[in-house]
Design a binder for this molecule. Structure first.
Ligand SMILES: [Zn+2]
Length: 605
């Protein structure tokens, strides 16, 4: 386990030396006893109780110690042997995409996030859309149909072919966005756009062609503008809709147990930040956000933002390549299943270095999307040059590789040397396992999805979901990190099981490492004196609830967790002691009355 310096720890020693009795006598607002508290402190110690005052932990330890903080007005909560963990972070997700789930403007051919549609399902959705008009764009006939969500690697053969859609939509142009980083079209769309065997690749994209040189209909990364420009655009979302989607989307995330979201959309603008700020000011955003922004927003802000420890803005998000599945990732060697193709980097090392240096001057760092070993190399080189030229210590700056999916053996030690964080998504491994070896080959696969190896190399590994690429539920991530299995517990024994984290490492990556990534390790990430607390009731989401050694619950920062009580019927439970997902119907859990009351109070507070 890697050690992170904690300023507050040394401060605490000073306080104890100066005024030990003051701490003992302090009356708490609430004292929680009789729980199993995984503190995620440096020693990963367990406690049974903690005391809270003014939104901070003032005591963490045993029941007797906690009870010494009980005064006449202190509320005491009996946790009844339930588990308490620090508030969970999602170190990389796309918050605005809440709109995809709640108010989808482009129908998704998948039934559920993280699951793949068959060819038959895709064809059925196309057929229905043509009949009902769902996903049809306005405009003259033949009207365009735009859908999203295909992934061909689970098909047989595992490749997009325009004929699949021609069979059900011969007369209308159809354009279907891949689940990430790519898209595809049918013959009618290619014909209208004039895309033929002779059409060159667009900038930042690639037109897939078959052995005869004919376009298959698939576009890697950016599709040709000649086609995109023909599709009537959707009207832009109004400010009201954007705000609504943010508020309601983040409520879903909170309901799943998350307390801090690292918003990773590279296009996040100054106006987007102002919208979030306004929503916090009127109390509508109830989750902490560490928002990455675009370069323009950072420059306009002129420096990092910390609004009331609720909204943090300190990083610029950019992309250096695309995704592995779509072959948009940039590699040093050719794709194992697509000869002579390396994927294109989206920016040069010089450009990236210059951007990083500019941003360091105003106190911003960079978190760069890097999947292929080529993209990771460019980012590491740029980070190294920027640190050198600006004379900064990498451990203070905390650049991050977002995904850090495939690394060469030479580059692995460089992350720790440069203080670069690996922001990784365990669910991507259990989704990509269907095609990763085909793309990479056996040798290069050894450097892929290597959270464990990076930890062993003293790298800070923070975990997230990349929602809406994968479901935002943090317990799926914990499960995948520890088992290397998908949600159906496949494959048996796990995919490359030696890459699995221990339960403690996985919990650390989902809590302290997230806090460290956002320079907030002194106030978030663990259950320790001086850190922020907010106990919040965890509403039971529709399909899912969590059960950790009993009930749930809690913790850190001003957000936390909670209590899966409920009337709703949980269908999936995750057990952190042993992290296994039990896919079974659980009986409804009934909480003791006083806990319910406390939970409801906390929610409305
Ligand atoms: Zn992402």
């Amino acid at each position: 386990m890697l050690k992170i310096e904690r300023l507050h720890a040394s401060m605490l020693i000073v306080l104890l030396a100066l005024a030990p009795t003051a701490l003992v006598a302090q009356e708490a607002d609430t004292v929680y006893v009789n729980g199993i508290v995984h503190t995620v402190d440096e020693a990963f110690s367990k406690a049974s109780a903690f005391a809270v005052k003014d939104g901070e932990f003032i005591y963490v330890g045993d029941d007797a110690g906690a009870r010494s903080h009980v005064g006449p007005l202190t509320f005491v909560v009996d946790l009844a042997g339930k588990t308490v963990i620090p508030g969970l972070h999602d170190a990389h997700l796309h918050i605005r995409f809440g709109e995809r789930e709640l108010y989808p403007r482009i129908p998704d051919i998948r039934q559920t996030l993280g699951e793949w549609a068959s060819v038959e399902r895709m064809q059925e959705v196309v057929r229905q859309s043509l009949a009902t008009g769902a996903g049809m764009r306005p405009g003259p006939e033949p009207r365009w149909l735009v859908l999203r969500g295909w992934m061909s690697d689970v098909w047989e053969p595992p490749a997009w072919q325009k004929e699949l859609i021609d069979a059900v939509a011969p007369d209308n142009p159809v354009y279907i966005i891949r689940y990430t980083h790519g898209s595809a079209a049918n013959s009618k769309a290619l014909e209208l756009a004039g895309i033929t065997a002779n059409t060159p690749d667009p900038e930042g994209g690639h037109i897939k062609k078959d052995e005869n040189g004919e376009p298959t209909g698939e576009f890697v990364e950016r599709a040709p503008p000649a086609l995109l420009n023909l599709i009537p655009p959707l009207p832009p979302l109004t400010n009201y809709e954007l705000s609504r989607n943010l508020v309601e989307g983040t409520q879903l995330a909170v309901a799943s147990g998350l307390t801090t979201l690292h918003g990773a959309s590279s296009g996040t603008s100054y106006d987007d930040v102002m919208r979030e700020l306004n929503l916090y000011e009127v109390g509508l955003l109830r989750v902490r956000i560490n928002q990455m922004v675009n370069v323009d927003a950072a420059k306009r802000m002129g420096g990092p933002l910390n609004y009331d420890n609720r909204l943090f803005v300190q990083s610029v998000k950019t992309l250096l390549d695309g995704a592995l599945g779509s072959r948009g990732a940039h590699f040093l060697e050719e794709y194992a299943d697509y000869p002579d193709f390396y994927g294109e980097p989206r920016s040069s090392e010089d450009q990236t270095t210059a951007t990083a240096i500019d941003l360091l001057k105003i106190g911003f760092n960079m978190r760069i999307h890097t999947i292929g070993d080529g993209a990771n190399r460019i980012a590491l080189n740029a980070f190294e040059a920027a640190l050198q030229q600006s004379g900064k210590d990498g451990r203070d700056v905390r650049f991050a590789l977002e995904h850090a999916q495939v690394l060469t053996p030479e580059d692995i030690p460089r992350l720790a040397e440069l203080g670069v964080i690996a922001s990784m998504q365990p669910l991507h491994a259990t989704e990509d396992m269907h095609f990763a070896e085909a793309r990479l080959g056996a040798e290069r696969l050894k450097g892929a999805y290597i959270w464990k190896t990076l930890l062993e190399n003293d790298v800070v590994v923070a975990t997230g979901t990349d929602y809406s690429v994968s479901p935002y539920n943090p317990f799926y991530t914990l499960h995948a990190a520890v088992t290397r299995q998908d949600r159906d517990n496949n494959p048996p024994g796990g995919w490359i099981p030696e890459g699995a984290l221990s339960r403690e490492e996985a919990l650390y990556a989902a809590t302290m490492a997230g806090a460290y990534t956002m320079h907030a390790e002194d106030i978030l990430g663990s259950i320790e004196i001086g850190k922020l607390v907010e106990i919040r009731k965890l509403p039971v989401p529709v399909t899912f609830t969590l059960k950790i050694e009993g009930l749930i619950i809690t913790v850190t920062d001003r957000c936390i967790v909670a209590i899966a009580a409920g009337r709703a019927k949980p269908s999936v439970t995750v057990k952190v002691e042993g992290v296994t997902i039990l896919k079974e119907e659980l009986p409804t859990i009934d909480l003791p009355l006083e806990m319910k009351l406390q939970a409801e109070d906390a929610q409305t507070a």
